[in-house]
Design a protein around this ligand. Structure first.
Ligand SMILES: Nc1ncnc2c1ncn2[C@@H]1O[C@H](COP(=O)(O)OP(=O)(O)O)[C@@H](O)[C@H]1O
Ligand SMILES: [Mg+2]
Length: 484
């Protein structure tokens, strides 16, 4: 039986990666569209449909190998992210040359001259110019996050490899010739431990994909692509970006000495007008002192951590305060763990939303929190009373179910946070928070005793709870007196 299962599994895995073919007879080639280091890209038509066709540059020695990798990875990524990848149709041979074919899905990349006009880029991505920094980051991380969830590291993230598709209003990641498959069961296609970076301008400081944190390579590049797109002084030339990267790199050693972050050190030096550290033109408009800009910086620091193991993953970054301020984005599956690894066995469910810490009172109203605490968590639960709902205002009403007013007024609230307990120490739970779930169990229709009993009999040492932060009631905001 288990052998049969294993065979089915292998068959499924092979089927997914099997080469897709298109009919060479139905394909006609058109005018050139773009050209990179290894590929020639042209428009084409397949059965009357507009397509994009890529062949390997004959003069480039490794181009054919990269095209094979690209065909394999595109087939492997089928269905992974319909809005964030060019729709791959398959390959065929024309005049003894291998060609790969995609359905047309956009004409310009992020690096196209016209997108120096950020208003146009915003419009093509379906947002306002003010929303562009957040939307662009979200798009970059989504594209990369979906690819990572399928176990693939792109390795060559740069604006030229990100297509803007105005019809779906999304970024589409292209050019998987340098990609490697990390999560494969039997092969690690494209992976060479000693293979250098494709583009020094965007590559992470480790330069070689780190075995311990392979996906972190792309995450670093996402942050650089984001800056290059949005800061005119970095966009203006490759040299400007290169000089900025050198300036940040030069801060790494001193930052380490102070236990600080290289990018913080660079910013402090640049703002103080020290040495070589100049603020690129347009930097101030992006980091303009608003709360959103502070959240953007906070995320950028996590994506640009020098050590790959310290960088945030794409799925995690998508839940950050900057990208997901209203906590409405559904969690994305984390990057695929290496099969057979301990990590794969211990995989935790993806985070829903990052905790809000050290916020002003009431500021986070309407926010969903996901928190993991050791047991017992040190909270007392009570039924949400009429007065609580009145004090809680609208934030909870909209979230607590659709079954009518009476039903909506049910639920459990945190009535007390025990002083010195895990909940208080976490700094993340407040009196007045509405409890939505304990683990997978929905608590909205539980009596306080039932939920308390569930916590008392919890089998694992840690418990994950989901809460909704509302406009807290006027009473009982403080933690309880010590020792109960
Ligand atoms: N699916 C596509 N749709 C539109 N343009 C594309 C597509 N694929 C590639 N291009 C254009 O062709 C250029 C080179 O293609 P790419 O796949 O990046 O090749 P290389 O491996 O040589 O960098 C891209 O930068 C882009 O301008
Ligand atoms: Mg390219």
């Amino acid at each position: 039986m288990s052998r049969l299962l294993a065979l089915t599994f292998v068959a499924l895995a092979v089927a997914r990666c099997a080469a897709l073919t298109v009919s060479a007879a139905a394909l006609s080639l058109g005018s050139p569209l773009g050209s990179g280091t290894f590929g020639c890209v042209r428009w084409g038509e397949l059965d009357g449909e507009l397509v994009v066709v890529k062949t390997a540059k004959v003069a480039e020695q490794r181009a054919a190998t990269y095209l094979d990798t690209e065909a394999y990875i595109n087939a492997h990524l089928q269905g992974a992210a319909p809005d964030h990848l060019a729709p791959y149709l398959g390959s065929c041979t024309v005049d003894d040359e291998k060609v790969l074919v995609w359905r047309a899905s956009g004409e310009h990349t992020l690096m196209s001259a016209e997108y120096a006009d950020l208003a146009l880029l915003a419009s093509d991505l379906g947002c306002s110019e003010a929303e562009l920094p957040r939307v662009l980051m979200s798009q970059l991380l989504s594209a990369v996050g979906h690819v990572h969830a399928r176990g693939v590291v792109h390795r060559d993230l740069k604006p030229e490899n990100l297509l803007v598709d105005p019809s779906s209003r999304t970024l589409r990641l292209i050019d998987f010739g340098s990609a490697c498959e990390i999560g494969g069961w039997f092969t690690r296609r494209g992976f060479q431990a000693d293979r250098g970076p494709c583009s020094v301008l965007y590559c992470a400081p480790e330069q070689l994909v780190c075995q311990e944190a392979p996906y972190a390579f792309d995450v670093y590049s996402c942050a650089i692509v984001w800056l290059r797109t949005l800061v005119p002084g970095l966009r203006e030339s490759e040299e400007a970006l290169f000089n900025w990267r050198l300036a940040v790199r030069d801060r790494v050693v001193s930052a380490r000495r102070h236990g600080a972050h290289a990018i913080d050190e660079w910013r402090a030096a640049a703002l103080a007008g020290e040495g070589e550290a100049e603020v690129p033109a347009g930097w101030g408009q992006l980091f303009d002192g608003t709360e959103e800009a502070a959240h953007a910086w906070e995320l950028l620091r996590k994506l640009l951590a020098h050590e790959p193991t310290e960088r945030a993953g794409a799925a995690e970054a998508l839940q950050s305060e900057f990208v997901n301020p209203a906590c409405t984005a559904p969690p994305l599956a984390p990057a695929a763990a290496r099969p057979w690894s301990l990590e794969a066995l211990q995989r935790a469910p993806p985070e829903e939303c990052h905790l809000v810490e050290a916020e002003e009172e009431g500021e986070a109203a309407g926010r969903r929190l996901s928190i993991e605490l050791p047991l017992p968590p040190g909270i007392r639960l009570a039924a949400a009373e009429e007065t609580w709902w009145e004090a809680a205002g609208g934030a909870g009403e909209a979230e607590a179910g659709e079954e009518g007013a009476a039903e909506r007024r049910r639920g459990l609230v945190v009535a007390e946070v025990v002083a010195g307990g895990p909940a208080e120490r976490s700094g993340s739970v407040r009196v007045g928070d509405l409890l939505l779930a304990i683990g997978e169990a929905d608590t909205q229709h539980m009596a306080p005793e039932e939920a308390t009993a569930l916590l008392a009999h919890w089998r694992q040492p840690m418990v994950r709870m989901r809460m909704l932060r509302t406009l807290a009631p006027a009473v009982g905001r403080e933690s309880s007196a010590p020792a109960r």
